[in-house]
Design a protein around this ligand. Sequence first.
Ligand SMILES: [Cu+2]
Length: 118
Amino acid sequence: MRGVVLASFLAVAPSAWAATAVVRVTDQEMFSPKTLTIHAGDTVEWINSSGAVHTVTDDPALAATPKDASLPKGAAPFNSGFLKAGQTYRHRFAVPGQYRYFCILHESSGMVGTVVVK
Ligand SMILES: [Cu+2]
C-alpha cells in the first residue's frame, strides 16, 4: 500500500515543479526583466503594466529586423496580438534554448527581450 502512494506522488510531482515567471511591459517601452531565465516547461506571463498597446511576438516573419526574433530549433513562433493596458499574455516554453522576442509596435525603438530556457 505504501508503494502505491509513493508511485502516485512521483507521477504528479513533475508538473508541480513547473513555474510561472512574470515579465512586466513598462511605460518606457521595455520588457522587464529584459532577459529572463527559466526551465523547460515553465510558463511566462507578460503583464502590460503600461498605458499603451504592445505585443509579445517571437516570429521571424513579423520582424522588421531579423535578429529581433529567434527561436530554438523545433519551437513554434508565437504572437500575443495587441495587448491593451492591463492585459496579460501567457506562453509555455517546452523547448530549451534562447528566444529573442519583440513588440511589433516598438521594435524600431529597441523594444526587445530574451527568454533563456534551460
Ligand atoms: Cu510596444
